[in-house]
Write a new protein. Structure first.
Length: 383
């Protein structure tokens, strides 16, 4: 069985090439990067000493009791409801693997995380899409979703805040979809790795919903992608047992130091969230000014949550060449064909942190060349 090339990661990996011209990473979907020194500085010295005494051995496939308790406290659930995984990617792999029955289908958002489609199809699962359209502010259509499901639908996936568009599903919409899935016997999966980063109305964690399977991780809102730690919340004991068994086969256990540092991070989660929110808010304001300046050439749908946006060329067309030319000038975006939407591009506005204004200046100079009739001054945008 062969998996197709993962276009998204292949594109982003160019920034790590020895001769890469990339100076500014606006392709990544994470938040401002923390160093180990910065993370440890949040804790008193006695906690650091405890970290040094960590036994370098296997942990439980369910996750250490300390980490499960910390995630449970964050999500306001019982620790028994928590399954630790190797990032949200392992959670999704487990869910698709367990859904792979003869004739099964899954319902996913389009655009969405590209690996979801390829993983599902590689396991023989039919994929059905509900569309998030720019003309509708990337809002989902609950009626469209209801028309897609049938007796062979194994799961419905909702991602909020959504990657790449930044769309947000309201509390009422989430509740209604959850209830619909319960009535139809369909597993309802809420991928909320960007919760609680919002740029307007905030929503509650889907962990409040009694029959939901909730995916979270440390890579997005918690800005610690290198830990490779994520979690699944599920109140169904039988499903949790199946997750545990799958992890026994896939990764056996987690990284003992990653799980220990994850506990430390959750003890200071509010500081981490606050930094991510502050950086994202400040940088989003720059994007508002940038896209106002180039209105008519680029179309801007302001994200309502998360740390990515999904603009497009106003007149359509394929953005790959556009992104390639910008990469040659040192700024990396993601062309929309990585998400099956060629006229769009993904722009991450938090990973570059304090260097973001410099990246926007470079981007604006590039846009002046691409669309001279819309050109303005850097001062108007970055002031």
């Amino acid at each position: 069985m062969d998996l197709p090339p993962f276009l998204l990661d292949q594109w982003i990996e160019q920034k790590n090439a020895p001769d890469s011209p990339i100076e500014f990473d606006l392709a990544s979907s994470t938040g401002p990067v923390w160093t180990l020194r910065e993370l440890l500085a949040l804790s008193p010295k006695d906690e650091i000493q405890e970290l040094l005494d960590t036994r370098v051995s296997y942990t439980s496939a369910a996750g250490t009791p300390a980490l499960r308790a910390a995630i449970a406290a964050l999500e306001e659930v019982d620790a028994d409801d928590v399954q630790v995984v190797t990032g949200a990617s392992e959670a999704l792999l487990i869910l698709f693997f367990l859904a792979a029955e003869s004739g099964a289908n899954v319902v996913l958002p389009k655009p969405g995380f590209p690996a979801n489609t390829d993983l599902a199809e590689s396991l023989g699962i039919a994929v059905r899409y509900y569309n998030l359209r720019a003309a509708n502010q990337f809002r989902m259509d609950p009626d469209e979703i209801r028309r897609l499901v049938d007796r062979n639908t194994r799961l419905l996936l909702v991602n909020s805040p959504h990657n790449p568009t930044g769309a947000v599903v309201s509390d009422d919409e989430m509740q209604n979809l959850h209830d619909f899935c319960v009535e139809r016997g369909i597993q309802f999966v809420a991928d909320q790795v960007y919760h609680p980063i919002y740029h307007g109305t905030e929503t509650q964690s889907a962990a409040r919903l009694p029959h939901a399977t909730v995916i979270g991780d440390f890579s997005k809102a918690l800005c610690l992608s290198g830990l490779r730690v994520g979690w699944m919340i599920d109140r169904d004991a039988r499903r949790r047992e199946r997750y545990h068994h799958a992890r026994n086969y896939f990764t056996i256990t987690g990284n003992v130091f990653g799980e220990r540092l994850a506990v430390l991070a959750l003890q200071h989660s509010q500081a981490i969230y606050a930094r991510a929110s502050q950086v994202a808010t400040r940088n989003l304001a720059l994007l508002d000014r940038l896209f106002a300046q180039y209105e008519g050439f680029l179309h801007w749908q302001r994200p309502r949550g998360g740390m990515t946006a999904f603009p497009c060329l106003e007149e359509g067309g394929d953005t790959r060449g556009f992104c390639q030319r910008l990469a040659q000038r040192g700024v990396l975006l993601v062309p929309g064909d990585c998400f099956g939407e060629p006229s769009h591009f993904r722009l991450g506005f938090a990973a570059s942190g304090d260097r973001f204004p410099l990246a926007i200046e470079r981007f604006a100079k590039f846009l002046d060349v691409e669309s001279p009739q819309h050109s303005g001054t850097m001062r108007e945008i970055t002031a």
